[in-house]
Design a protein around this ligand. Sequence first.
Ligand SMILES: [Zn+2]
Ligand SMILES: [Zn+2]
Length: 249
Amino acid sequence: MNYAFLLFWYVFIGLGVSLGTHRLISHNSFQSNPVLKYLLVYAGTPAGPPIQWALNHRIHHKTTDTAEDPHSPYFGGFWHAHCGWYPPTSNTFIAILYALAGPIRTIIDPFIWKKLPENLPKDLDVPLLKFMSRRPVNFFLALTHLLPFYLFYIEFGWLGIGLAHIITVLFYNIGDSIYSVSHLVGSRDDPNTEARNFLPSALLTMGEGNHAEHHRVPGNASFGGFDPGYFFLRIMKVIRMVKLKPHRD
Ligand SMILES: [Zn+2]
Ligand SMILES: [Zn+2]
C-alpha cells in the first residue's frame, strides 16, 4: 500500500475544501493564480458544488446560531448541524445513516444540492466556476477522488474496499464536525457567536478548527493558531502563486 499517496489524498482534498471552496470561493480572503485556484476548487469537489456551498456558507455567517442558520447545533440538534442539513433531515437516524455513507455520498449528493441559481453575486458569476458547480459535472469531478479505493482493492481485495469505506467515513465526518463540534466544543473568541477554537480539530482540518477566530474576522486568510492551510498559502506566496491581504485584528 502506498501510504504516502493516501496522506497526499487526505491533504489534497483537505486543502481543496479549506482553501478553495471555503477561504477563496466563499470569502475571497486571498487572490490566487487561476491554475492554483481551479486546482484547489477541483480538490474540494467532494464537499459539494462550490457555488452552492459558498452561498449556503455565506448564510451560515450571516445567521450564525440563529433559527435561520442552515446548520446550528442549537437549532435542529447536533446531527442536523453535523450532516443532516445536507439531505436535509432533522431525523437523527437518517442523519446518522448519511454520516456513515462515506463515499456513497458522492452518488447521493447530486440529488441533494440545489441547481445552480440564475442570479449570482458578481464574484461567483464566473463561467468555469459555474461549470464546475453544475451537479453532474461536480459528481464526475468528485468521483475521481475515489481512486484510492482502487489502490485498497489491489492491496487487500474486498476487505480493502471496506477499509477504504471506513477511512472515507472518518474523512467526511472530520469535515462535517466544523458545523457541529466547532460550535459546541472549545474556546470562544467572540461572545456574539458560539463558534469555538479547538486545537485537535484544527490539526485534522487544515486549520478550520480555529472556527471562533474565523467567525470573528471571516475575511482573513489566516484562521490563527495552528493553521496548516495558511502555512500552505505562505509557501504559495513565496513562489508568487497567491497574494495575501493584510491580516485584520
Ligand atoms: Zn460556523
Ligand atoms: Zn467561513
